[in-house]
Design a protein around this ligand. Structure first.
Ligand SMILES: *Cc1c(COP(=O)(O)O)cnc(C)c1O
Length: 500
């Protein structure tokens, strides 16, 4: 399998090269030149496999420059409870059913209690192996802009990995107390965490500017470093995510909830469009999917795009109770645009320059048709997010976080509007204990504590046990307290690497 840029550079590279590079030199993202097909017979065979075998197999279809043994090594180490790191039970990505046709796919049993662990427990291994395969001798410096969960998951994934350093930038006031403490208390000798005075888009733009700074890259190269990304724009982040869509389907078959070949819906709480894009790729590979429902919070730029074909970021930015979805520029949408444009990079490049110049673009009707074929979308207000957490808990005794609640509400609305009762999987992206304050408030539970103390308060009030990695948090103290303006990000990178 070869990879190419979304913006027209026609050079084709290997999976390992795509993972090492992160971004293409024309500013585009790397995408597979085609989608490997998977037959229903193969899906049936995967039903008896463990999560890590399913994941290694799916990844092997995209990464044919890796052997299945290599990939199984990574997925076994990442996902199996018997191994020291990571996931808290044998069942890596379990389904929780609330009624006959509605299931939550819990993707937060990893070390940081958010779905990003699914990719970031594997991606560092893919990256270091890719460095070896491509003959890269320099150390890699990973730059991450995070809206909260990516930062911690990347820090955990890269912590103490030889030949790598990692710098995480997070928006000063855009993450929860728990997320912040998780990051600033990170241990490891190769890590750095910096607050940016701005929102997530400012941090992300700042990182992109650094990536495109040729002078800086040369300077770093002279001191033995090169820059790469662990954001979901890196192919190594996306490819492990395709696996859990197949795995969820296999589990529905395994437990007799659907028949092989039956189509299902997925509803995905969406921010940077990485998670739902992986679902789209799974569909293109042949996974029986009827609709992919894109769930937005109050920042509903994607919902508007799916409904109208117009992407317009000229709109207010809201800080919400589901901060990992507070995004105006959804990076991974570019990969979908590439498919919607019949893999014509020039068209994608023109959308991206219109977005940069005017803040909006619109896709022609033909592209809109493919969008409508497979995607549906909806938006959930702040008030409804809270109400939904309460409704699900009162009705089913099941506790969800704010992001997952957005998706559940959007699915309910979608079903009410369309009458489509297809078996649906709500992708559950974080443990409710990562967003304690909002969850307690949603349940109408008074609390007079703050920060990490709320974790115990939520557990006491609901009887739901705290995941181990979050229970440990209260004994941790902050290591990192630097705050920079967006203009100061470049200097922060130089200072950190220069001092090593
Ligand atoms: C990152 C994140 C999302 C959004 O995922 P994308 O791949 O950016 O669309 C949703 N929920 C949670 C909890 C997240 O951490």
């Amino acid at each position: 399998m070869r990879y190419q840029s979304t913006r027209g550079d026609i050079k084709k590279i290997s999976g390992a090269q795509a993972i090492v590079s992160g971004l293409s030199s024309d500013g585009g993202l790397f995408v597979p030149e085609s989608f490997p097909g998977i037959s229903l017979k193969t899906v049936t065979e995967l039903v008896r496999e463990s999560y890590s075998s399913r994941a290694a197999f799916i990844m092997s279809l995209f990464l044919d420059d890796f052997s299945i043994e290599e990939l199984s090594g990574y997925t076994n180490a990442a996902y199996n409870a018997e191994h020291q790191c990571g996931f808290d039970r044998g069942d890596t990505a379990p389904l929780h059913g609330t009624d006959r046709s509605t299931f939550f796919l819990e993707l937060w049993h990893g070390p940081t209690c958010a779905f990003k662990d699914m990719a970031l427990q594997v991606m560092p291994k893919l990256l270091t192996a890719s460095l070896e395969k491509t003959g890269e001798k320099r150390d890699v410096c990973i730059l991450v802009a995070t809206s909260g969960d990516t930062g911690k998951a990347a820090l955990e994934g890269f912590r103490n990995i030889h030949g790598t350093t990692i710098i995480v930038f997070y928006p000063h006031r855009g993450v929860s107390d728990v997320q912040k403490l998780q990051m600033v208390s990170q241990d490891g000798t190769n890590v750095n965490v910096i607050a940016v005075d701005g929102n997530f888009d400012d941090a992300q733009t700042g990182v992109k500017v650094i990536f495109n700074d040729e002078e800086l890259r040369t300077k770093l190269s002279d001191s033995g470093y090169f820059l790469s990304s662990a954001n979901s724009i890196n192919w190594g982040r996306l490819v492990p995510q395709v696996a859990y869509y197949f795995s969820a389907y296999c589990d529905l078959i395994k437990y007799g909830k659907i028949n092989i070949g039956e189509k299902i819906n997925f509803c995905v709480p969406t921010g940077n469009f990485g998670n739902i894009l992986a679902a789209y790729y799974a569909e293109r590979m042949g996974l029986p999917i009827n609709k992919l429902i894109c769930a937005s919070n109050r920042n509903d730029v994607l919902t508007q795009f799916i409904n109208t074909g117009v992407y317009d970021k000229n709109r207010p930015f809201y800080t919400t109770v589901s901060p990992s979805m507070d995004i105006l520029v959804s990076s991974n949408l570019e990969r979908l645009l590439f498919e919607l444009s019949d893999k014509d990079g020039k068209t994608v490049a023109s959308y991206m320059s219109a977005l940069a110049a005017d803040g909006f673009y619109n896709v022609p009707e033909a592209a809109g048709a493919e969008l409508k074929r497979i995607f549906a979308s909806g938006q959930c207000s702040e008030e409804d997010t809270s109400k939904t957490i309460g409704d699900i808990f009162n009705r089913y005794g099941y506790l969800t976080d704010t992001h997952t609640a957005v998706a559940y509400k959007v699915l309910s609305d979608y079903r009410a509007i369309t009458g489509d009762g297809t078996t649906a999987v709500v992708v559950s992206t974080a443990s409710p204990f990562k967003f304690c304050e909002s969850v307690l408030e949603a349940l109408g539970l008074p609390h007079n504590s703050s920060g990490v103390e709320l974790i115990d308060a939520l557990s006491r009030a609901t009887g739901v046990p705290v995941p181990a990695p979050l229970a440990e948090l209260k004994s941790k103290s902050p290591r990192f307290c630097k705050l920079v303006a967006t203009g100061g990000m470049k200097k922060a990178v130089l200072d950190f690497l220069g001092g090593r």
